[in-house]
Design a protein around this ligand. Sequence first.
Ligand code: 5GP
Length: 173
Amino acid sequence: MAPARIEVLIPRDRIQQRIAELGAQITAEYAGRSLVMVGVLKGSFMFLADLVRHIDLPVRIEFIGTKSYEGTTTSGQVQLTKDLDKPIQDEDVLLVEDIIDTGLTLNYLLHVLRQREPRSVRTVAFLDKPSRRRIEVQGDYIGFTIEDKFVIGYGLDFDQRYRSLADLCILVS
Ligand code: 5GP
């Protein structure tokens, strides 16, 4: 079998430009407040690192871990693999996702976080694939809306590889 070829879907410059816009929008909408940004491991690590540098507010960083994906198909089950380090009660929380695909992970995480009585919870997702939704849920801030393609790079993996690519890519076999 020929090795898979990698093609760029969204180049790094376009990604950085869009993240600067998102950061400015979030900074303006939360003006005068502080934020707890909760990165969903592992896929959001690069997006979170770039986005936070465009947010001009007092920010606390937390991470939460979930597991739901096997290869390129979703199992439909979501589990917590890592919890927050500190409480979020009365805090403004911004959940930072790599991609909203079926929506199962986001729906689960919103449920988990809301039980902890934050002041507010919103979601920023680098990518949105609305055509794949299995549950009605949406992000408050979206970087890019994409078609139903399996993407890699910019934090996203295929079997734990390719996360370090600076561009968002697709594997072409
Ligand atoms: P959900 O289906 O629950 O909305 O998304 C769960 C997780 O599946 C995402 O956070 C992401 O890590 C992974 N995922 C969904 N679509 C893709 C994709 O196209 N590429 C990669 N690498 N991961 C994806």
